[in-house]
Design a protein around this ligand. Structure first.
Ligand code: G3H
Ligand code: 13P
Ligand code: ZN
Length: 340
């Protein structure tokens, strides 16, 4: 199957009450891990690349790796999504490079750090929607700001500041009406990276109740949870056992994500868990067999470790078993859909 617009996958997920992991990639091995996990679980696939990923791997390599995935797994529906586009121009170059879906993150200014005004967010998101929908592609917007700044994304908000930037459900309703986005990323207390919470999160810091309220107001909008790695203890332990230094930390429990899926969450962004799995596997090889220097000796276990994380999320979010049930929808059909 050719790469398809993400909206097709999210619509199927909504009709059948499941969520889809959106997994970040930067290289061939990560794409292979995801595709092998999807093949084994019969899962639809959302692969996403950030601006950092695009500059690390180069758009041309990325594009052709994604086309290779589509060629090798013609029976699996795959969407290729831009994660955290910081400007309309970034979204448009992604579209030129074959991405079938883009995120216009207008919650922050173009620097990717400063919280933006609501009116700026509406205007820049609408600009991207106008272009993307005319060619049948999907747009995700974001309202509210995530906490943290660990991986270069975000305003560096902590504690009360972060809570003050949670998504306002009433404003979310207006934002979707004014911009026409297909999917909305919401701020509910999570942040990117490994250091999200200092103890297992309660409803005080992880506001799943905000999702429930937004879903009540916007039952037909696909909600997106960013910063949704669970940061499993066992992955922290492997890294630390083999010489790493991960301070004790807590992520978003899978059962909280499952609760979100019951209330309109259809796309769940996961990057950090895969980074942890890869790093743990590589550290183990280096520590146990310091004589090895063939990259395949450590990239193979790294790829296998990431595949296990992807499989676990695909099963937990309910996307497993759904790939073959999704009928391919052409961009043409999506153009007609948006023009109605
Ligand atoms: O949004 C955050 C993702 O984990 C991507 O991170 O910008 O380091 O590629 P990155
Ligand atoms: P994590 O850092 O929790 O994996 O979140 C990734 C993300 O939200 C990418 O946009
Ligand atoms: Zn994100």
């Amino acid at each position: 199957m050719a790469l398809i617009p993400m909206r097709v996958l999210l619509d199927h997920a909504a009709e059948n009450n499941y969520g889809v992991a959106a997994l970040n990639v930067n290289n061939m091995e990560q794409i292979q891990s995801i595709m092998e996990a999807a093949e084994e679980t019969e899962s639809p696939v959302i692969i996403q690349a950030s601006r950092g990923a695009r500059s690390y791997s180069n758009d041309n390599y990325l594009k052709h790796l994604m086309l290779a995935a589509a060629e090798l797994y013609p029976h699996l529906p795959i969407a290729m999504h831009l994660d955290h586009g910081n400007s309309a121009a970034t979204c448009f170059t992604a579209i030129e490079q074959g991405f079938t879906s883009v995120m216009m993150d207008g919650s922050l200014e173009e620097d990717g750090k400063t919280p933006a005004s609501y009116e700026y967010n509406v205007a820049v998101t609408k600009e991207v929607v106008n272009v993307a929908h005319k060619i049948g592609l999907t747009v995700e917007g974001e309202l509210g700001c995530l906490g943290g700044i660990e991986d270069g994304h975000g305003a560096g908000l902590t504690g009360d500041e972060a809570l003050a930037h949670l998504t306002d459900p009433k404003q979310a309703e207006e934002f979707v009406k004014r911009t026409g986005v297909d999917a909305l990323a919401v701020a509910i207390g999570t942040s990117h990276g490994a250091y999200k919470f200092t103890k297992k999160p309660t409803g005080e810091v992880l506001k799943m109740s905000v999702i429930e309220e937004i879903h009540k107001r916007l039952p037909n909008t696909h909600l997106v949870m960013h910063g949704s790695s669970s940061v499993p203890q066992e992955l922290q332990d492997i890294i630390n056992k083999y010489g790493g230094e991960i301070k004790q930390t807590y992520g978003v429990p899978v059962e909280e994500i499952q609760r979100g899926i019951k209330h309109g969450v259809r796309k769940i962004n996961v990057d950090t868990d895969n980074r942890l799995a890869i790093t743990g596997a590589i550290r183990k090889v280096f520590a146990e067999t310091p004589t090895k220097f063939d990259p395949r000796d450590y990239l193979k276990p790294a790829r296998a470790a990431m595949k296990e994380v992807c499989k676990a999320r695909m099963i937990a979010f309910g996307q497993a078993g759904n790939a073959l049930k999704i009928k391919p929808v052409t961009k043409r059909k999506m153009i007609d859909f948006y023009s109605k």
